[in-house]
Design a protein around this ligand. Structure first.
Ligand code: HXC
Length: 259
């Protein structure tokens, strides 16, 4: 499929890379861009060869948020009735394979929320995160007031949502929003390295690990621990469990078949 606002490619035949490509508006998330992103994620999800995905942007911007030029004219009926932007966010939530955000430059508003919808964030040292919606007379609308406090705690989430200030990569790593910070010129190598590693592990274990970590945000501890235990037990029914443990004991590299 030909896309206008994103570039799509595969790496090593097992990693799907989606690059947001609307440079004139710093990758502002228009409905068209979000529709394309949703379609590309669904296509990689359905492609059996793909084991991990990456969403990235340009050096200057991962994404500077929802498209203010379009949004400015919206009425309540347009926003609520049209389920503005959020319809594709549910697509992102439904993706079972891991999705990594590789963030350089601005990740603001919906851009920060998009990064937070990914399973983890690797940031370049020039990355800037923020929820500046308050400056526009609105509030975050795609999870910013919900995922940010879970990632960085109440105080910093309130600070960012109420003042609209940006935090740099170092602060974001300290706060727990991002998992790694690397120099900009290493961003794609580092992210691809992680993605290839994930894609080459046993797929069923990878899906289970993602599902189980996500469960931590949706359940109490004892329910979450039980959910994890049952998934853990179920993985003993897979060929990859036999292969992974045999390979360890045989001091050789495991060859997972995703079965
Ligand atoms: C539309 C945008 C945009 C956006 C930047 N541009 N952000 N267009 N929507 N969110 C456009 C600018 O208008 C400009 O176009 C071009 O991109 C370059 O931006 P500049 O402002 O000239 O660049 P710079 O001075 O470097 O400043 C970068 C910036 C600033 C700090 C990122 O652009 C900025 O503050 N952008 C808005 C960030 C924001 O408020 N995001 C939250 C949106 S609300 P021209 O044509 O002039 O060159 C949101 C709600 C989500 O995301 C809800 C989800 C449901």
């Amino acid at each position: 499929m030909a896309y206008q606002f994103i570039d799509v490619r595969t790496e090593g035949e097992v990693v799907g890379v989606i690059t947001l490509n609307r440079p004139k508006a710093l990758n502002a998330l228009s409905n068209d861009l979000m529709d394309e992103l949703g379609a590309a994620l669904r296509a990689f999800e359905a492609d059996e060869r793909i084991g991990c995905m990456i969403i990235t942007g340009s050096e200057k911007a991962f994404a500077a948020g929802a498209d203010i030029a379009v949004m400015a004219k919206y009425s309540f009926a347009d926003a609520y009735g049209g389920d503005f932007i959020t319809r594709n966010w549910e697509v992102i939530r439904s993706i079972r394979k891991p999705v990594i955000a590789a963030v350089s430059g601005f990740a603001l508003g919906g851009g920060c929320e998009l990064a937070m919808m990914c399973d983890f964030i690797i940031a370049a040292d020039n990355a800037k995160f923020g929820q500046p919606e308050i400056k526009l007379g609105v509030i975050p609308g795609a999870g910013g007031t919900q995922r940010l406090p879970r990632a960085v705690g109440k105080s910093k989430a309130m600070d960012l949502a109420l003042t609209g200030r940006m935090m740099n990569a170092e602060e974001a790593e300290r706060a727990g929003l991002v998992s790694r910070v690397v120099p900009y010129d290493k961003l794609m190598d580092e992210t691809l390295g992680a993605a290839l590693q994930i894609a080459n592990f046993g797929r069923l274990a990878v899906l289970a690990a993602k599902e189980s970590v996500n469960r931590a945000f949706e359940s109490g501890l004892s329910d979450g621990v039980m959910f994890e235990r049952r998934l853990f037990h179920s993985l003993f029914a897979t060929a990859d469990q036999k292969e992974g443990m045999d390979a360890f004991l045989g001091k050789r590299e495991a060859k997972f078949t995703h079965r």
